[in-house]
Design a protein. Structure first.
Length: 552
């Protein structure tokens, strides 16, 4: 039998969970959520410091990788996406960054009317329960708990002090009125547990009785009657089924899988669809285009003092940390270890920050392995507004086949110029007095990497994705030929179908993507329900008054 619900959501990720919660909030609407992954229960996901495990497990990760990247010597980069309840919020680093106010004003300038900072700030507030954030700028009653680390390791405070000594501001809350500067980093952790979108939104929604979650359900295609979406065809372990939507189908399957599902359903650029053997239902050339991301490198330093996490990496220490977390949900197991950070501008004339720092009191790789056998620390650093653009395109009509993913990293000539500044500004940071007590020799890039050409070569060889893909179903004006959804997230030219996740971002935000993706789910819910948007804010964010003439 074909089941029917008011709304069908494809994807139980950051935006999908938020929408399931809000669409079913009145107790009347029925919602079905399709998720290809399985349960998010278990310590590898729920324990914050175990974050490197789920990201590297095929059980929880789609395991995508790019096509050979031309400017990176043909390297294929990992492109993990969450294949589990909670989506990427269940496998990410739990870093919480709203983005800069100007990011959203830029969205509005690019055609996303009603998505300026004044419009989205009320939704950020609605989603949050902030613990330690700036009064007046943060939410206090939302489902998503956001906290700060305890800064028990002296390196966290030393990094912030080094930023101050270098002449940068110290910000009390980069998610508040002032992003620019150095300060404490925030994480989606609550009572010692990863506070994913599943924990924050989906579990409370499921308790209401009008939301159904179907796991291991792979969406094949959207079903249409004429120009209207009426349901989704999917399979569970090989058995093909259908689910119908009385009102709307909402695609929230990620910046990789959302364009893929539209293309599998015959919506996209005709040449892409025809090459994959898919009949064109609706020509929409922007589907899968405009792919963006953040690149980063690990800037690693040997430590003069044994204060890093290196001494906690042996099996006995890990066992003790795990035991404390299992029993009490406290200790090193209850943090993601990203507890201090910085947002700076790369040059005079740059209006708002375009370089981000995540500081970590260990020299580690994303797979959780030590970079070398000894005490060290690192910052993840990279430019925030690359001009390079790529695409996601299906290669066949098989819903189980991965699409072709090409970011075209470093293809824009400005990108390497920004990278050179980022590397040199980071070196300067570690020469400040606060860090000199701890900073020994540079492991990576290394003192021999100094000229423009040497920095360029290092970046091409060692840069990694920060795992912030977005933009592939770009939001814009309905008459924009490359826009995929209008400012109410409706797929242009199709009735009863919306896309609401990181894929609709016109431009990548200045920071990690979980917070703005959840905000998209919150705001899209009001559009779907036909509610008046929350009243716009009149709060004015801080912009460095000397930005035109000074780098700091």
């Amino acid at each position: 039998m074909t089941e029917t619900y008011d709304y069908v959501i494809v994807g139980a990720g950051s935006a999908g969970c938020a929408m399931a919660y809000r669409l079913a909030e009145n107790g009347k609407n029925t919602v079905c959520v399709l998720e290809f992954g399985g349960s998010d229960r278990g310590p590898f996901i729920q324990m914050p410091s175990a974050l490197s495990y789920p990201m590297n497990m095929n059980l929880y990760n789609w395991g995508f990788e790019t096509e050979p990247e031309p400017q990176l010597g043909g390297r294929r980069l990992a492109t993990p996406r969450g294949k589990v309840v909670g989506g990427s919020s269940s496998i990410n680093g739990m870093v919480y960054v709203r983005g800069h106010a100007r990011d959203f004003d830029s969205w509005e300038e690019m055609g996303a009317r009603g998505w300026g900072f004044r419009h989205v700030l009320p939704y950020f507030k609605r989603q949050e329960s902030s613990h330690g954030g700036e009064d007046g700028w943060r939410g206090s009653a939302g489902p998503l708990h956001v906290k700060r680390g305890e800064l028990n390791n002296p390196l966290y405070s030393a990094f912030i002090e080094a930023g101050r000594e270098a002449g940068y501001p110290v910000t009390p809350d980069y998610n508040g009125g002032q992003q620019e500067g150095f300060g404490q980093m925030e994480m989606t952790v609550h009572n010692g547990i990863r506070w994913s979108a599943a924990n924050a939104y989906l579990r409370p929604a499921l308790k209401r009785g009008n939301v159904r979650l179907l796991t291991h359900a792979l969406a094949h295609r959207i079903l249409f009657e004429g120009r209207r979406a009426v349901g989704v065809e999917y399979d569970v372990r090989g058995k093909v089924r259908q689910v119908k939507a009385r009102r709307e189908v909402i695609v929230a399957a990620s910046s990789i899988n959302s364009p893929k599902l539209l293309q599998l359903s015959g919506i996209g650029a005709p040449e892409t669809l025809k090459a994959a053997g898919i009949e064109v239902v609706h020509a929409l050339p922007g589907v899968g285009e405009n792919l963006q991301d953040h690149l980063e490198v690990y800037f690693q330093i040997r430590s003069r003092e044994p204060v890093t996490l290196h001494s906690q990496l042996n099996l006995i220490s890990k066992g003790m940390i795990g035991t404390e977390w299992l029993l009490l949900k406290t200790g090193l197991g209850a943090t993601n270890h990203f507890e201090s950070c910085g947002f700076i501008r790369s040059a005079a004339g740059v209006e708002y920050p375009d370089i981000q720092y995540h500081f970590l009191p260990a020299a580690m790789r994303y797979d959780g392995k030590a970079a070398f056998n000894g005490h060290g620390f690192q910052v993840h650093v990279g430019p925030m507004r690359s001009k390079s653009r790529g695409h996601v395109r299906v290669k066949s009509a098989d819903p189980r086949a991965a699409p072709a993913i090409l970011f075209n990293y470093l293809s824009h000539p400005d990108d390497l110029t920004e990278w050179r500044r980022a590397i040199r500004l980071t070196r300067e940071l570690f020469r400040q007095p606060a860090m000199q007590r701890y900073a020994d020799e540079e492991i990576q890039p290394g003192a021999k990497v100094d000229t423009d050409e040497e920095i360029d070569a290092f970046v091409r060889e060692h840069c990694e994705s920060a795992y912030h893909p977005c933009g592939t179903c770009r939001m814009g004006a309905a008459d924009d030929p490359m826009a995929v959804v209008d400012p109410e997230c409706r797929v242009i030219g199709i009735e009863g179908l919306r896309v609401a996740d990181s894929s609709i971002m016109p431009q990548v935000t200045n920071g990690n993507l979980n917070a703005p993706t959840i905000m998209i789910g919150e705001k899209a819910s009001d559009h779907i329900l036909g509610k008046n948007p929350l009243p716009p804010s009149n709060q004015q964010p801080w912009i460095n008054p000397g930005w035109r003439v000074s780098q700091r």
